[in-house]
Design a protein. Sequence first.
Length: 300
Amino acid sequence: MSNYKIHIINTEYQGAALSIAAFLVETDQGFILVETGPHSTLPTLVKGIQRCGLDWKDIQHVFLTHIHLDHAGAAWCFAENGATIYLHPLGYKHMLDPSRLLKSATMIYGDMMDTLWGTLKPIPAEQLVIVEDEEVISVCGLDFKSIHSPGHAKHHIAWQLENNLFAGDVAGVSVKGGPVIPPCPPPDINIEDWVDSIDKILNIKDIDVYYITHYGEITNTYEHMEALKKVLNQYANFMLPYYQNRTSPDEIIKPFTEYAISLLKKANVSDDHINAYQMANPAYMSVRGLMRYWEKKLMN
């Protein structure tokens, strides 16, 4: 194996202790960042990078699992420092011109947009590198293999580095070794694709550790992914009657939140950690994502 060290950096999103992570890979030939967190947490990320002995402006390689704001919102800041950004082909146009992404997010979050997420700026085409499925990117003496993994988002990539996988959201949300739950925001949730992506990853025999953005290090990889498949189907089945009855998403948020929390409580998750789960994976986002999933599935 190559000589490198992986640092987990807590972005402290909205003051949450274990909500959004970024990963700094330290090598003898330079540093690589996987995920950036949102623009709103950039100052905290910068401090975390500095604690690892590096000026954040010296980072020249940034790998994104997907372009959702909690994973890629600060990518443009690193691009302004000259970094190259590696991403899925379907995410390219939104990083090149983020106006549509910014507009839709602002419609959702309104006056809270700056506080929650910050802003987005275009990244020049010459600094965006589209990566195909199973393509290998070699930087700083390391090989990062792209694993296209749709389900949470069409433009999702998990990045394999030897026996490690930077899994983004394809491996769900887990706090302090607690149960895994799926983040299901609109517009791309597809349960069947997600299960296929999980099976695809499980078939890669030499991966021992997942680094998940929400939050940290997972070593019981098989059990984790099998549990995620189960909860994915539980979430979808919970939502189906509401879709069939044409219930307003606003009316579903309360019962779905109670249902999601009940699953965590059955697993003996503490109230503090339940709050962390809710911060990393807000119930109202999953409601709209799962309702859209059923609409697309049943309309076809």
